[in-house]
Ligand binder design. Structure first.
Ligand code: CA
Ligand code: CA
Length: 112
């Protein structure tokens, strides 16, 4: 699943600015939507520009929150952004193991 993040607040749909929008923020959104995690975050209105309010700016999730509204951010509706800065997420339900880059080297000598 991927798309622009839209938040319903006080009866209005609005977007999130991509200032400080990082993977941790995206992970919280994906989990809130029922996905396992985020593959990446999206910036610069990659999934199109929203309309109306820009509800959140300077979002700072630690990654352990269960809802985006629990993360720190500028006050609702307060922002210095345009819709061309709308944030998005790419979510997945697959579990991605951390990439491990290791080399198996034949043991040429064993010390006892
Ligand atoms: Ca952030
Ligand atoms: Ca900002």
């Amino acid at each position: 699943m991927e798309g622009r993040v839209e938040i319903f607040y006080k009866g209005e749909w609005g977007t999130v600015c991509d200032d400080y929008w990082d993977l941790k923020d995206a992970i919280v959104v994906c989990r809130q939507l029922g996905y396992t995690t985020a593959v990446r975050r999206s910036v610069g209105a990659e999934f199109g520009e929203g309309t109306g309010r820009i509800w959140r700016d300077n979002v700072g999730c630690s990654g352990s929150e269960s809802m985006l509204s629990s993360c720190s951010a500028s006050y609702w509706g307060s922002n210095d952004c345009y819709h061309r800065d709308d944030a998005g997420v790419v979510c997945t339900s697959k579990l991605y193991l951390p990439l491990m880059n290791f080399v198996l080297r034949p043991q040429s000598k064993v010390d006892y």
